[in-house]
Design a protein around this ligand. Structure first.
Ligand code: SF4
Length: 365
């Protein structure tokens, strides 16, 4: 890279544009074009300006600027790493857990994250979104399943819809009696905060259901003044927010970066919710950590940060078996195998404190 990073006036989508703005080197252009032919590229002006072109390990660049490493697909990597297809009864719906569904409305995003677990399905070259017929079918499915309490709008990024279309969808969903919660998964407040304007906020609030927004961000530098103002506008409008982050090598895989990220969420009135272990998406191994590293970082967070700042570290089990918390574990049984589900009545518990010291706890109250 070279140091001519000036703020572009529009989203950068071509490797040649990245080179022209000093965000990728000319020597890498041919590889980056191969990557871009397979996986979508988009870097908004708000993101481009955050990248330090003189830092080869810049944590913002690692998330959004394509790399030749993406051309290598690992043996265990998979186009559908969390098994959405296996749990999709109708187009646009993933019904994995009884009380909630994913509703995938659009296949486009403001930015394209290099680690995205749906990278084979999102982008302008993929399907453009649900047809009216598919949308009606998906809605009929939700209506016919009274156990669905929560609908999670995801994609793609649902805040790429126009406020008018989003408002119609919110009204449709809130009109279904058993749908009480509509959760929106988005990266827009940090990567294109200007979209969070009055009309969009009004669209998110709907009579008959409660809206939650889950914000995806992975580094504290994403919380610019404009991003913080966008989050503030959502929360001030009465929309509760939670966080989602992905643990990424070279982005947030150290205690200081994770600590700053979780503090930034809480300062913006966003409760840290999930820290995802990187999924086995194709061409993403250079961005994944091991589970042991993730557990060690979580142990570090427990010692350093307020309980308000603690996310759950979770893994989406490949094949569609859902999310499981992956520790670290603080409780074990003294002198017994961890495979035993019920402790012997006389077996004491061993409990680890936040400093790493072990204490014993009696078996009976
Ligand atoms: S915003 Fe979400 S869906 Fe879009 S590329 Fe990033 S991780 Fe994937």
């Amino acid at each position: 890279m070279n140091s001519i990073n000036f703020k572009p006036i529009a989203t950068l989508r071509e490797p040649t544009e990245l080179v022209a703005h000093g965000l990728a080197s000319l020597a890498d252009l041919s590889d980056l074009e191969k990557v871009a032919a397979r996986y979508a590229v988009a870097v908004t002006p708000d993101v481009a300006v955050l990248i330090d072109p003189d830092d080869p390990g810049d944590p913002i660049a690692r998330q959004f600027i394509p790399s030749a490493e993406e051309l290598m697909t690992g043996e265990r990597e998979n186009a559908d790493p969390i098994g959405d297809h296996a749990y999709s009864p109708v187009t646009g719906i993933v019904h994995r857990y009884p009380d909630r569904v994913l509703f995938k409305l659009v296949h486009i995003c403001a930015v394209y994250c290099r680690f995205c677990f749906r990278r084979e399905m999102v982008g302008p070259g993929k399907s453009s979104g649900l047809s009216q017929g598919a949308y009606d079918h998906a809605l009929a499915y939700i209506r016919a399943h009274p156990e669905i309490w929560e609908v999670i709008l995801t994609g793609g990024d649902p805040l790429m819809l126009s406020p008018r279309r989003l408002a119609e969808i919110m009204v449709d969903l809130a009109g279904i009696d058993h749908v009480r919660i509509i959760r929106i998964h988005t990266r827009v407040p940090v990567v294109e905060p200007s979209r969070i304007a009055g009309e969009m906020i009004a669209a998110l609030r709907v009579k008959g259901a409660t809206t939650w927004v889950a914000l995806h961000a992975n580094h504290a530098r994403e919380f610019t003044e404009k991003a913080r103002a966008a989050c503030s506008a959502l929360v001030d409008a009465g929309i509760p927010m939670v966080s989602q982050s992905v643990l990424l090598r070279g982005v947030n895989d150290n205690a200081a970066a994770l600590e700053a990220l979780m503090r930034a969420f809480v300062e913006c009135r966003i409760k840290p919710y999930y820290l995802h272990h990187g999924d086995l998406a194709p061409g993403t191994s250079h961005l994944r950590t091991t589970l042991a590293q993730g557990q060690e970082l979580m142990r570090g967070l427990r010692g350093r940060l307020s309980g308000l700042c603690q996310p759950d570290y979770v893994l989406d089990i490949p094949g569609g078996h859902g999310k499981s918390p992956v520790g670290p574990n603080y409780l074990s049984q003294e002198n017994s195998s961890s495979a035993e589900r019920e402790p012997h009545p006389e077996t004491r518990y061993r409990i680890l404190d936040y400093c790493g010291d072990i204490h014993l706890y009696p078996p009976k109250p």
